[in-house]
Design a protein around this ligand. Sequence first.
Ligand code: SF4
Length: 306
Amino acid sequence: MMYDFPPFRPPSEATSYLIRVVRGCNWNRCGFCGMYKYIKFQQRPKREVFRDIDRLREIFPPSRTAFLGDSNPLIHRDIVEIIRYLISKHPELERVTAYARIKTIANMPEEKLEALKSAGLTRLHMGLESGDKKVLDLVQKGFTPEDAVKACKKATKYFEVTYYVITGLGGVERSREHALHTAKVINEAKPTFVRIRNLTVLPSTPLEKIVGDVLTPLNAEQQLEELATLIKGINVRTYFTCDHVSNYLFTKTGAIFYGVSGHLPDEKEEMLQQIENARETVKVLVESGERVYTSNDMYRRGLITL
Ligand code: SF4
């Protein structure tokens, strides 16, 4: 009997038990996303999920954390029962997490959030991507900046919340508005974590069709400038991290920038200084005729995978 693995999980869930509650994404329209394009959305039968939970110790090394996939498993009709079953079988679990759509949480009754918390859910991974309405509309996220603030305020009463942001998502055309409006949403929403991914245009996505037309990808210097503007604009307590290869900058001999991470606002100045140092390095390299590559350049050349 095969175990059904979720095809994607956040890097921070690398050592977690992975449990597939739904298959695919019930929204599946975000212009930059190719994750579940070829998977028909399905709620897995409860008995199959229970069977996978029964087999966790055969499949994974012992863990104190579990991740529920795929995208938006909280809409599963039996999600509270599934989490209760997981905890009853694995009382040692200290963290149970899931992806969740902002619109889903914004519309979810508080009683359901409370039930999910008492069942054992502890953290949500949510894709904000941008706090700029025009950028959200451009990539068809299906929610507004106001929804994003509302969802996070509701969710943080019960769970830790990660908001994912995609630098470069507004292109050169809306870089500054994207950074400033995203900082504004973060300041009002106050997520526990902010995790940065830099835009990498994937083949066969709707976004690919508008690149070079309404959206010009950032070069290395512009990427650093946008990142600095975003960090400068955040004035609430949160853990900010570029924990993904898409944030790196490269020359032909290897990576020269790995992103920044730290507690805001305490480590803000240090993080901005690291970005400033990287900007100086990029400037010197470019002036000497060296090419500096973003994740987008590297992906197109087949030199990194995501
Ligand atoms: S980004 Fe998330 S919500 Fe949007 S299509 Fe991809 S999986 Fe679905």
